[in-house]
Design a binder for this molecule. Sequence first.
Ligand code: B16
Ligand code: MG
Length: 239
Amino acid sequence: MAGFASEPAPAVEAAIFDLDGVIVDTAKYHYMAWKRLANELGFDFSPKDNERLKGVSRMRSLEILLEIAGLRLDEHSKAELAEKKNQWYIEYISTISPAEILSGVPEFIGGLRKLGVKTALASASKNAPTILGNLGIASLFDAIVDGNAVSMAKPNPEVFLVAAGRLGADPRRCIVFEDAEAGVEAAHRAGMYAVGVGSPDVLRHADHVIPGFAGLDPAAILELAQRRRTPRCTPHCQV
Ligand code: B16
Ligand code: MG
């Protein structure tokens, strides 16, 4: 959505949103399914362990889970376990409804769009289309990039760079909203400003941390990002 011709172009062109843990708390369903799998394999899996799985791909999540238990399995067994976990997860999210959209999210995204900021969803989840369909919020985004469209999982910046590309936005003029450490790192590697959604103790590397979107002023967040907009590109930057 473009701004009015008389308004200066916003320094922030686009806002990119993670899905799980930012738009909706599907992280709890991922946790339930991974815990069920861990218990079936004979070990426990704590919420603290689960932090390491947030934002990373399904197969990498399984590998971390097996590392925690000190288990080594062949590729075929790993594929079977990942599929089993995914079937449980699909069962858990099958009844997800708009009531589970996190507080203030539609208002915040709508407010950004009114200010002329383009919006995208960038999620590692291959189940994102089902979740967005059940929540009925696909129309909030100008572009949707999910785990089916990218091959490299966060902290690789691919998903955010593809989202910026689809929006025609300069990555250095994008803000990312993320609940996972891996996602914050991916945003920084993409050259983007990272707003952590959750606890500052977990999201230590985010440029700014918010507890959630309820009552959050879109203009205030844009101003913060614009003020802190220093070039992030290092020799490792993949922009
Ligand atoms: P799936 P996000 C990520 O979504 C989750 O945070 C992460 O826990 C999960 O392993 C990953 O999606 C893959 O999900 O198994 O549904 O393909 O946070 O990037 O929106
Ligand atoms: Mg997430």
